[in-house]
Design a protein around this ligand. Structure first.
Ligand SMILES: Nc1ncnc2c1ncn2[C@@H]1O[C@H](COP(=O)(O)OP(=O)(O)OP(=O)(O)O)[C@@H](O)[C@H]1O
Length: 333
């Protein structure tokens, strides 16, 4: 019980079914104050449903959500859904039409003037206060909806796919806002995203769900380098999968222990080397230039074809190259 008190959020055994199929099945995880959690998974994995259950907006069939020492009640247990300590920004937020931004926020505002000004500055909306809500871009509207939610000084902010409909400029602004909401306002944040670039660089912990089940939970490094399955690997970037029948040369050349599992190697884990001892030997099939790196398609002697990512390249199609891989960068799935 004592360890529970350290958690801001406890999600325990959450399940929900729709038409006999599980949308979420026995999901449990904890979140400490200031810990940044990203929930990742493909479209339809159940991310939004989970976030809404945490916010108290959907009633789960089983399980409980606790915010500090208070249970978050679902809509079947409470007249006005939601929890005062939890703010939830939907993908489909709405702002009142044809009002000035300042009016929208004034109706919601209970903060002293200087605190409200700081909040608007953090949300990068100070310059928009005199604008009408129908004269705003999608990204601007979203930051105003966020500021409106933060006026209630929640402890936990839940953001559902916050970056999904934004261009690069508004996405970068929102990333700075989300960082400042955590660092300057001390609000703990959980967000959902299907884009690895949004989660790996931000989260302290990533929770991966598929088909309503929690597949893996860990630090971004663990999830990226040691995915428990090909699905998890694929969510976070390119990878090479070496089937056991073609892994012999990896065991022999790199001094690895044979295994019945598939070897999972990220393209950047290969190093092109000149020293010919303890290396894989292959022939370059194709070279593609991507600006900050090259990708080489290499046919190895043992029969597998791998993608190699390298920042410098002198090899061309048909050349023989030598590749090393650090054993601790190899995953097993
Ligand atoms: N109130 C509900 N109760 C039970 N199941 C639901 C409910 N609302 C939606 N679902 C089901 O949950 C499944 C997952 O949808 P959800 O929106 O949570 O996934 P997601 O991972 O957030 O995907 P996306 O990124 O497309 O929003 C859908 O198949 C839908 O049928």
């Amino acid at each position: 019980m004592e360890s529970d008190t350290k958690h801001l959020l406890r999600v325990s055994g959450i399940s929900i079914q729709e038409k006999g199929n599980f949308t979420l099945q026995d999901i449990s995880f904890n979140q400490q104050e200031s810990q940044k959690i990203a929930i990742a998974g493909e479209t339809g994995a159940g991310k939004s449903t989970l976030l809404k259950i945490i916010a108290g907006l959907i009633q789960p069939d089983a399980g409980e959500v606790w915010c500090e020492d208070e249970r978050v009640l679902g809509p079947a247990e409470k007249l006005v859904p939601g929890h005062p300590g939890i703010a939830y920004l939907s993908q489909h937020f709405e702002l009142p039409k044809s009002l000035r931004v300042e009016q929208v926020l004034r109706y919601a505002n209970t903060l002293p003037g200087n605190e409200a000004a700081t909040l608007y500055e953090i949300c990068r909306i100070t310059h928009l206060l005199e604008r009408r809500t129908d004269h705003l871009s999608g990204g601007e509207k979203q930051r105003i909806a966020l500021a409106k939610l933060l006026i209630s000084s929640p402890k936990l902010l839940l953001l559902d796919e916050p970056y999904s409909n934004l261009d690069a400029v508004h996405k970068n602004i929102l990333k700075s806002v989300v960082r400042d909401v955590g660092e300057r306002l001390g609000i703990t944040c959980t967000l959902t995203s299907h884009d690895p670039l949004d989660t790996l660089s931000w989260a302290d912990e990533i929770v991966v769900i598929r088909g309503g089940k929690l597949l893996q939970q860990g630090s971004p490094e663990q999830i990226y380098r040691r995915p428990v399955s090909e699905y998890v690997a694929a969510l976070f970037g390119s990878y090479n999968l070496i089937v056991p029948e073609q892994a012999e040369e990896f065991y022999r050349s790199l001094g690895m222990e044979p295994t019945e599992k598939h070897l999972l190697i990220r393209p950047e884990s290969f190093k092109v080397v000149t020293d010919k001892s303890q290396v894989l030997v292959g022939a370059v099939q194709a070279v593609t230039f991507y600006g900050s790196y090259y990708e080489l398609e290499v046919r190895l002697k043992g029969g597998s074809t791998v993608t190699v990512r390298t920042t410098e390249n002198k090899a061309g199609k048909g050349d023989t190259i030598y590749l090393s891989v650090a054993i601790d960068s190899v995953g097993y799935v």
